[in-house]
Design a protein around this ligand. Structure first.
Ligand code: PNS
Length: 163
């Protein structure tokens, strides 16, 4: 059985992420959302556990989706599964270079790991976790970009930081 792995930082999970996970859950029998520690990102807003819990909450209605955390190479995580397929959303041409580099690097590291891209829904092509964080830090209204189930937690986290 092919397992779809949806990896990402999810700091925080956005409506764009949820759209990709939902669509992957219709295409694959089993989907694992892997909340990955991204060494390229200097500081994180939410802990890995908080992010995992948020993704669990917003995918609770999808019986074939599970959520996990990982610190390390994605291919090493993916190799636990039979025929793993990494699923990534592509928002715009600007994503392509980075995503293509990751897909080819991962394939070189472990040829069993395939990567497929889902075109982002046009409603979310502009949306990113870093954009949401920036809006939040400067006191803007980010509610429309994140799933309703996690909005209150994010507000609490922001309020806690600004005290
Ligand atoms: O949501 P993001 O930050 O765009 O996700 C990027 C992520 C976490 C999927 C990517 O950085 C990753 O796979 N990190 C794990 C480390 C790794 O395998 N690096 C080699 C890939 S070139």
């Amino acid at each position: 059985m092919r397992t779809a792995i949806c990896p990402g930082s999810f700091d925080p999970v956005t409506l764009g992420h949820v759209d990709i996970i939902r669509r992957a859950s219709k295409l694959f029998e089993k989907v694992v959302v892997c909340v990955v520690y991204n060494a390229n990102k200097k500081s994180s807003f939410l802990t890995l556990e908080e992010r995992k819990e948020h993704v669990e909450r917003v995918t609770a209605d999808l019986p074939n989706v599970t959520v996990d955390t990982w610190s390390g190479l994605l291919v090493d995580y993916a190799a636990r599964y039979e025929d793993p397929v990494v699923v990534r959303g592509l928002r715009a041409v600007s994503d392509f270079e980075y995503e293509f580099m990751m897909a080819l690097t991962n394939k070189k590291l472990n040829p069993i790991v395939e990567t497929i891209f889902l075109a982002s829904d046009e409603r979310y092509t502009y949306l990113s976790s870093s954009g949401v964080k920036e809006i939040a830090f400067f006191g803007g209204d980010f509610d429309q970009f994140v799933p309703p189930e996690i909005r209150e937690d994010l507000h609490r986290k922001i309020d806690g930081r600004s005290q």
